[in-house]
Design a binder for this molecule. Structure first.
Ligand code: ZN
Ligand code: ZN
Ligand code: FE
Length: 761
């Protein structure tokens, strides 16, 4: 019997080879009808014998192309028509509807094979791609995703590329970035030294590699922006890059050709291996092998390295192994410290002119700048530190329908989020909004996302901090467009974000251990060591770290020695100069500090867990001042001697957590010349015990056995791994971040979900 079916598929189904795939399946099962892209997904009309149609439909579900992601699959019975054949027909736009956009994807194995095949017409072509790989989000200007609406528009396809593009059975059928050496983008190399002389294609590549081999620093234009690259084994090159970049201590990312090479420098577990090899190709934080000979300046005072594998054909060519060419390169984002990554040829030459000796450029424009994503492995799955290239703008999906809301996120590590229907579109990493250029990119990216995903917000969610630039943006916009403004407390947003990450759909309260640096509290104080009981719509602050004064406010976060001094003062412990933290503050400054504390001058109160870590790092003498955010805590984690199982003691009373005894015992250890590794371990173990104990107290009171861990402190891998284990061993269900970072990069997602539930309530 001949039957007819109309099928509607939603999800990531455009620009990923879906239609040719459907076409080939239709041919295989002798189906007639058509397939087309609509702005709302993919539509199929299929006629054929009943068994064949069923098999055809099953095969679409099961064998869908690797980059596609089916969210909805809708089948309608229609009457059979008289189609003679199966065809792919032209796209049409549906008002108000949207399709998900694929993130950028690393070069696929088929393209890689062609890249290295001397008989292929794209042999060594740096922009080779197909429907299964290549740039996506970074080149999209508008939807539907069609070549004229991408930065590939200026390149007119040659006859051969056009033929591949038009052939439904070709791997490049409707691959929008399709190109070849005859018709596509080109690379070239230039430098000041070359005085206007330009090397193109292979010559350009050779020149770039020569510069690297000679220990020079070059810029390389990648998918979402420029990298600064140099020989990671060359101590002078790395040192020079650090000086020029004014990036005092923050670790540099590295790139190697393959996992084997990564293993020469780092331990790589099975799950870390799959993270390295995943099509998203993030920077993976790995434990460094001991005795590895790399310049200290790559990642000062830390035992980890951030390594990624090549993700563009150009990277593969650039890193090609050759005698005398380094097997590991620094590939750090092309920017001055704290500025957003450069992404146009003009800005690369002007802004990075002082940082680089040469420029490996190309003429394919980048529409949206995207940093590399940074991840680590946690319990065999992915744990984000920065979510950007390869992941954005893939939405988080829920079962319930949501209102159209814009959540503007926090001020540091900003991301924003839009909700619509069942989706939450969490933006790529925008950065620290205090930087003017980053703020402009925030202001430009929001309308770009709203346009692409057809969201017109009815409300804006923001942090409660009145001075966050994101909050100000939200306030102004809500005023001018008459939208409801929904402020969400910072740690409540953290809690909501980890719930959202776990696709949590209920509003039952859970225990939230929200441990981070800084967040504006309901009482106007600086919160940060918060034990909450709550869900999306509401929360209760059950416990928090006892308040301590923060002399000079936010500025104190750069001086762990002063935070340590303030902690001692607050706990009635004398400032003896045999303590490294006290000794490192000159006596005049110490007097000023004391007056400040005694008279309570510019000493906001904080319950921050991050500051406790700073204080301990300061006391041990690991850090007197920090050069990048959370540096003291990161180095404290790195100092841990894991063989030490003892822990310091703390006290919980009156709804607060107190550390007088911890500080006294720690000072005693210092005076006994206990190694920093021992003290760091005993401190971390204390926080482990603290986490478990407070959960026991709260679950005894409420019966709740579900614990959510969010906030920047949970980026501490020692802590999160051990607390996870401790809690699970004691019968708790632990919710960790899975799709967004535990730090403020996840705040927007939490704000968006919290606001949605509040609107419903
Ligand atoms: Zn490919
Ligand atoms: Zn061509
Ligand atoms: Fe935070």
């Amino acid at each position: 019997m001949i039957i007819g079916r109309k099928i509607h598929i939603n999800g990531i189904v455009q620009g990923v080879g879906f239609r040719p795939f459907v076409y080939s399946q239709a041919k295989k099962y002798a189906i007639t009808g058509w397939v087309k892209n609509s702005s709302a997904g993919v539509e199929i009309v299929a006629n054929g014998h009943d068994v064949a149609v069923d098999t055809f439909i099953e095969s679409i579900k099961i064998q869908a192309p690797p980059l596609s992601k089916i969210d909805e699959f809708d089948i309608q019975v229609i009457s059979a028509d008289n189609f003679e054949d199966f065809s792919i027909i032209l796209s049409e736009a549906v008002e108000g509807e949207f399709v998900a956009i694929s993130p950028d994807v690393a070069i696929c194995d088929d393209c890689l094979k062609e890249l290295y095949d001397p008989h292929d017409r794209r042999f060594r072509y740096p922009f080779i791609n197909c429907t299964n790989c290549g740039p996506r989000f970074t080149i999209i200007k508008d939807i539907p995703y069609d070549r004229p609406l991408t930065t590939m528009a200026p390149f007119k396809m040659c006859a051969r590329c056009q033929a591949e593009y038009d052939n439904p059975l070709d791997r490049r059928f409707h691959a929008q970035p399709v190109a070849c050496p005859d018709c596509g983008p080109k690379i070239w190399f230039e430098s000041k030294e070359l005085k206007g002389q330009v090397f193109e294609s292979e010559d350009g590549l050779r020149a770039a590699r020569k510069y690297i081999r000679e220990g020079k620093i070059i810029t390389v234009k990648g998918l979402g922006g420029f990298h600064l690259a140099c020989d990671a084994t060359n101590i002078h090159a790395v040192g020079e890059l650090r000086t020029r970049k004014k990036r005092s201590d923050k670790p540099f990312a590295l790139m190697v050709l393959d996992v084997d090479t990564a293993q020469k420098f780092c331990k790589v577990s099975e799950s870390e291996r799959s993270l390295l090899l995943s099509r998203t190709r993030p920077i993976v934080i790995l434990d460094r092998k001991s005795g590895v000979d790399l310049p200290d300046a790559i990642a000062p005072n830390v035992k980890t390295l951030g390594i990624m594998l090549p993700y563009t054909p150009l990277h593969y060519l650039l890193l090609e192994s050759e005698n005398g060419f380094p097997e590991i390169l620094v590939m750090t984002s092309g920017n001055m410290s704290e500025e957003p990554i450069a992404y146009t040829n003009v800005s690369a030459k002007s802004e990075l002119g002082k940082l680089a000796d040469g420029f490996l450029l190309n003429n394919r424009d980048i529409e949206t700048r995207l940093d590399d994503s940074v991840v680590a492995e946690l319990d065999d799955s992915i744990y984000f530190y920065r979510r950007s290239r390869g992941y954005a703008p893939q939405p988080v999906m829920f079962k319930q329908t949501m209102s159209q809301i814009l959540a503007v996120g926090a001020e540091l590590k900003n991301t924003f989020c839009l909700t619509k229907e069942k989706y939450a579109f969490l933006s790529h990493h925008i950065g620290d909004l205090q930087n003017l250029e980053t703020f402009s990119s925030f202001e430009e990216s929001i309308p770009h996302y709203e346009h692409l995903f057809k969201v017109s917000p009815v409300a804006i969610a923001c942090d409660m901090h009145p001075d966050y630039l994101s909050t100000r943006y939200a306030a102004e916009r809500s005023c001018s467009q008459n939208l409801e403004l929904i402020p969400i407390q910072h740690h409540h947003a953290h809690l909501a974000s980890v719930l959202a990450d776990n696709e949590w759909e209920s509003d039952e309260p859970v225990i939230g251990l929200c441990f981070d640096g800084t967040g504006y509290g309901l009482d106007g104080e600086i919160w940060g060591g918060e034990v909450l009981l709550g869900g999306y719509a509401q929360f209760e602050r059950k416990l928090h770290l006892a308040y301590m004064p923060l002399p000079g406010g936010d500025a104190a976060t750069r001086h762990p020695n002063k935070v340590a001094a303030a902690y001692l003062w607050k706990n009635g412990i004398g400032w003896e100069t045999d303590l490294p933290a006290i000794n490192s503050i000159v006596s005049e400054e110490r007097d000023i500090l004391l007056t400040q504390l005694q008279k309570n001058l510019n000493c906001p109160k904080t319950s921050s867990m991050g500051r406790l870590f700073d204080a301990v790092a300061g006391l041990i003498g690991l850090r007197t001042h920090v050069n990048y955010e959370a540096q003291a805590a990161i180095e404290l984690e790195n100092a841990i001697d894991i063989t030490v199982k003892d822990a310091y003691k703390f006290a919980v009373y009156d709804g607060q957590i107190h550390f007088a005894q911890l500080l006294n015992d720690l000072i005693q250890d210092l005076r006994k010349n206990e190694p920093a590794g021992t003290i760091a371990a005993k401190f971390h173990n204390a926080i482990r015990i603290l986490a478990l104990e407070i959960c026991d107290v709260l679950s005894a009171e409420t019966g709740c056995k579900i614990v959510a861990l969010s906030g920047g402190v949970w980026q501490n891998r020692f802590l999160v791994r051990n607390v996870n284990n401790d809690l699970k061993r004691n019968g708790y269900q632990v919710l960790n971040h899975k799709l967004s970072p535990a730090n403020d990069g996840g705040i927007a997602l939490g704000q968006a979900l919290a606001a949605n539930y509040m609107l419903k309530g």
